[in-house]
Design a protein around this ligand. Sequence first.
Ligand SMILES: [Zn+2]
Length: 394
Amino acid sequence: MRRQNLAVVLGSVAAHSPLSRADVAGRTGLTRAAVSSLVDELIGRGALSEAETAPSGRVGRPGRALTVSDRGPAGLGLEIGVTHLGACVVDLRGEPRVWRRVERANAGRPVERVLAETAALAAEVEAEAAALGLQVAGRVLAVPGVVPNEPRGLVAHAPNLGWHAVCPADHWPDPAGAPEPENEANLGALAEYWHAEHAGETFVHVSAEAGIGAALVVGGHLFRGARGFAGELGHIPVHPDGVPCACGARGCLEQYAGEVAVLREAGLAHEAGLAQDGDAQPADPVALLAERAVAGDAPALHALERAGRALGLALVSAVNLIDPDGLVLGGAYAELADWLLPAMRAELATRVTVRPWEPQALRSSELGRRGPVLGAAQLTVRRIIADPTLLPAG
Ligand SMILES: [Zn+2]
């Protein structure tokens, strides 16, 4: 009961701050005495701070304003991408305070080396956060792979990194402080849900780095599927007799809208450094595609239009199957939205006919490539807001 009331009080301040203790009592229906005791505990746990200023221009003696602390507990998000490492620290107010992104060719490199570098980046970023008065209370790692529901802590398969059955804690310098892995598309979708005002309660979030990831938020909750494999949009067939896919099937979406497929079709495979391996600094293929498209390069425009049609076709099934409020184009795809969205919208308009569908229900994410690492950092913060007893008592 007390745990629940702590969450009610913290949630109320998080949503409406600054509030006085009396305001919190008014909003939550708890007695002033109960609120005071709960607020004291939340201050002791570092979740709330109270300043000696009036929250509004009220007459009478000045109140003390409660706000969610911007020092103290924080969430660390980490990301291992095919061509980069990322890190982000978010305070309890949900504000990103430290950002870091380093280009790094991670595909096919030894797992222990990639994780050692990620741990070193985490240590650097945590030191930077500590200088701002922030202590990391939880670590989540975004990976471009399948993270099953059971056992937790395992990356079952990350084909674009060359990972099979990797448990990050086995390679972390301090296993007790190892980050919890989660699929990057899932984290991107959660970040969108928490960040965007008009995300809706039920939507499909499609993103791409090397592979295509999709995630479903249904009724405000991430839908992980029976085993955690939901959202494998990349292997939905868009041409039943199409080109063979690495998964063993034919005509998968990834073969038309995946990064490698688009770059090949655009004639940019060589320039984008697809032939490179090892530690060579990779070019940014998405920036390269966007640059060519802006310049009106015909093969690039054709490749993006073909990818947009394939994505639209795949999403028709999703729309008819789950009846979402909307569809969000996130990750690196968001930077190509100008060229992908028209073909996607045309495909959806032609094929979604038995139910209402507005072209604007498909939009691009403002978070873009920052989504997964931001979602990873926010996950800890959201867990603390929902259960402040996760923080040590002061
Ligand atoms: Zn496939």
